[in-house]
Write a protein that binds this ligand. Structure first.
Ligand SMILES: [Zn+2]
Length: 194
């Protein structure tokens, strides 16, 4: 139905509010019922190259587990630390109620089940592992989502057991105390090409 000129579309109540979370720092909490499949928010921030993202955070302490980088594709990363919106406060969970979708090189957070008011929104960060990870990377990026199936880490894929990781003839990489880690980047579960 066409709207009268000058009349704005009715404002829907926001889907969520950001406040302190028991899981990690601040989190996003549903203000109303969000139906499965709802596109809740776009993950916004400055769009930069991987090289630029790495350069920006190269001096970051490798013990610092905060990251606002999101991988769009092999060329582009969204840095929500610059011009980011409230989507950056949505926490990780190993049993999430949302997922991230890439469409037209943009990242969206969508509900994968119906979310009740007051529930914390979350998705699986699937933080990329890096070959120069310190041995305790999983501890630095420990998950506290509290779900029975919690894999204990925000990193993806799950850590190999020592038996799997052991490869004959290959010495384990030594971690240096002063090592600067490659900045950690979130990955989307689904890519929807248009
Ligand atoms: Zn977890």
């Amino acid at each position: 139905m066409p709207r009268a000129p000058g009349k704005r579309a009715p404002r829907r109540a926001p889907y969520f509010v950001v406040r302190r979370s028991r899981v990690h720092g601040r989190g996003a909490f549903a203000l109303r019922r969000i139906r499965k499949g709802t596109r809740i928010v776009e993950y916004l921030g400055e769009r930069v190259s991987h090289r630029e993202a790495d350069r920006r955070y190269e001096d970051r302490d490798s013990r610092d587990n905060h990251t606002f980088l999101f991988i769009v594709d092999t060329r582009t990363v969204i840095d929500a630390g610059a011009g980011g919106n409230e989507a950056r406060f949505i926490n990780h969970s190993c049993n999430p109620n949302c997922e991230t979708v890439i469409e037209d090189k943009r990242v969206y957070i969508e509900a994968i089940r119906t979310i009740e008011p007051g529930e914390e929104l979350n998705y699986d960060y699937q933080l990329a592992r890096s070959p120069d990870d310190p041995p305790d990377a999983d501890e630095i990026y420990a998950c506290r989502c509290g779900h029975p199936q919690c894999r204990g880490s925000m990193l993806w894929p799950p850590k190999k057991t020592p038996a799997q990781a052991e490869r004959p003839g290959k010495r384990p990489a030594k971690a240096r105390a002063d090592k600067r880690g490659t900045p950690r980047k979130r990955r989307a579960e689904a890519t929807v090409r248009r």
